[in-house]
Design a binder for this molecule. Structure first.
Ligand code: 13P
Length: 251
């Protein structure tokens, strides 16, 4: 059985105090029988603090929002996978559309980042997704296939078990426009089929595929009830404890 995961991508939001208060609030209210894997992805600056706060709660861990494609050295301002790992984070989010667009991250660079993450024992939440122009011109399936295959298909089936995919249509991120359940399910099924062709049914069936893009308490239940949607990567709604909690309990 694949994991149900809800990850909060805080992006460049919340200062240290507000971040700590949010995590305290969520941890305090999480039901004792919580079955969802919950991930907080704060800024690097207090990643260690958040990871430590999660240490005693089963199924709750921290992630970074990115890592360097280099191992170490003269890369001023960069943060390496081994630094992240030493701060007790368990995951790294890679290939978010905001990083692809604002920092011109390529599929090739992301492939290198995946390598760094694995070398430091981090699991990867790998983001993919199309723009509105791409969807309207019908190239979105090919686009998503190239994002996944060019950055991930060098991995062995065994390595692929450390990958979580997040489908985030760019037109739904921060816009209030959510992909309809059938639009999201269609892409998730396409991705799972792609994984089955490359790695076989077992890997495909055990890979968690998350949806991201204006996911909130009011639509999470319907989205997560879909056969191939195993949870969410949440932006705006992850900044409010009660909204984020409600999403984690939407399975
Ligand atoms: P929103 O939930 O704010 O649309 O952001 C989604 C996202 O980009 C998560 O990584």
């Amino acid at each position: 059985m694949r994991k149900n995961i809800v990850a909060g991508n805080w992006k460049m939001n919340l200062n240290r105090q507000d971040g700590i208060a949010l995590v305290e609030d969520v941890l305090g209210k999480l039901p004792a029988d919580n079955k969802t894997h919950v991930i907080f992805a704060p800024s690097f600056v207090y990643l260690h603090k958040v990871a430590k706060m999660c240490a005693d709660t089963p199924k709750v861990v921290a992630a970074s929002q990115d890592c360097s494609s280099n191992e170490k050295g003269a890369f001023t301002g960069e943060v390496s996978a081994s630094m992240i790992s030493s701060c007790k984070a368990r995951y790294v989010v890679l290939g978010h559309s905001e990083r692809r667009a604002n920092f011109t991250e390529t599929n090739d660079q992301l492939k290198a980042k995946v390598g760094q993450a694995f070398a430091s024992d981090l699991k990867v939440i790998f983001c993919c997704g199309e723009s509105l122009v791409q969807r309207e011109s019908g190239v979105h399936f090919e686009w998503i296939k190239s994002q996944i295959s060019e950055s991930l298909f060098h991995l062995s089936a065994d390595e692929f078990k450390k990958i979580v995919i997040a489908y985030e249509p760019i037109w739904a991120i921060g816009t209030g426009v959510t992909a309809s359940t059938s639009q999201a399910q269609e892409i998730h099924a396409f991705i799972r089929n792609l994984l089955a062709e490359k790695y076989g049914k077992e890997v495909a069936e055990s890979t968690s595929i998350l949806y991201g893009g204006s996911c909130k308490p009011s639509n999470a239940k319907e989205l997560f009830a879909s056969q191939d949607i195993d949870g969410g990567l949440i932006g705006g709604a992850s900044l409010k404890a009660d909204d984020f909690l409600a999403i984690t309990q939407s399975f």
